[in-house]
Design a protein around this ligand. Sequence first.
Ligand SMILES: Nc1ncnc2c1ncn2[C@@H]1O[C@H](COP(=O)(O)OP(=O)(O)OP(=O)(O)O)[C@@H](O)[C@H]1O
Ligand SMILES: [Mg+2]
Length: 344
Amino acid sequence: MALGKSFFTKILILRSHLLGLEQYVIDPEREYQKLCKQLKGTYIQIGPNSNTYINIFDIREESLEEGKGYLATKISKLIGFFKLIFGELDEEKKALLEEKIIELYEGKGINFDDSSLYKKEEGTITIKPVFKESKDMPVLEEFYEILGKDKKTKQMQIKLIPFVKGSLNFFNNTTNVVLDNSLIVADVYDLGEENLAYGMYLFTEFFWDKIKTNRNKQKVIYLDEAWRLIGVTSNKEVASFLYKIFKTIRKYGGSGVAITQDISDVFSLENGIYGKCLLNNSSIKMFFALEEENIKILSENTSLTEKEKMEIKSLRKGEALLFAGDEHVLLKIETANFEREIIE
Ligand SMILES: Nc1ncnc2c1ncn2[C@@H]1O[C@H](COP(=O)(O)OP(=O)(O)OP(=O)(O)O)[C@@H](O)[C@H]1O
Ligand SMILES: [Mg+2]
């Protein structure tokens, strides 16, 4: 039911943009293109016909996780990514995969010593070391070659064929988009259900790095159609990554907005732990009108009074019930003409 969730989100993005917030949007329905254009944001579309790329092998200056070096951080992220393609890996396979990743980066002069991530310019005295750029990073095809050289990893190489030579070869490119923008929209529409997880992994990792960059800046990440990302059809790797983001985003001065139509899907993966985490870590919850069945699922997972159940059922388009702590407020989402012109 179209009741104004995405509309409200667009208004939120527009108004927050005017306040100078950094915003990142994952857009599975290609709904945010116009808004992004109007606000001069960076629009990244990935899919078979796209020409904007983000390279999964990028290590960015912000990529560092507490207590780990750059390469070690990247290796664990990449193993997560490759599990989406190769399936669950036993310890031996994981070790092999790690060995090959190390070899790949070694070829680019990158190793476990974090200083190897900085450029060394011979003959000049560098005042501030410069972090390596996208063009200094390996691409998938180079990894593919490495996997092909060892018969123990030949099977893995074969599974990468579509990503290097086939329909998914947009994964085999150096990053070519302006990533330094206060509004970035990731359009994953063309990926379709079966490839959505790969794109999600790529963007959540990238957005996560952006979020960590400057703790003093307010930022927001939006996930529209979140049920597709954490519901039954989607993937455990991706869901647990999102779970982590929603749990820790506040530490970095950020907030997360998850938007969903289908409550039952959100609570279906892994007995609903991801859905519950999202809900329990949300300081503000907004409910648009729901049908009986979804209200039932919701009340099994949260505490709703009979009166609230009635209220949620009778909401109309552009109306929502807002929960902030113990406060419950009925909202009517009103907009100015100029705002509607920008978003629609
Ligand atoms: N507050 C509002 N004021 C004016 N028009 C609105 C408002 N909310 C929604 N609309 C209109 O209703 C249409 C559908 O709303 P929207 O796309 O936000 O629904 P949705 O809840 O995201 O639905 P879906 O579940 O299909 O994603 C919008 O394109 C817009 O024209
Ligand atoms: Mg919508």
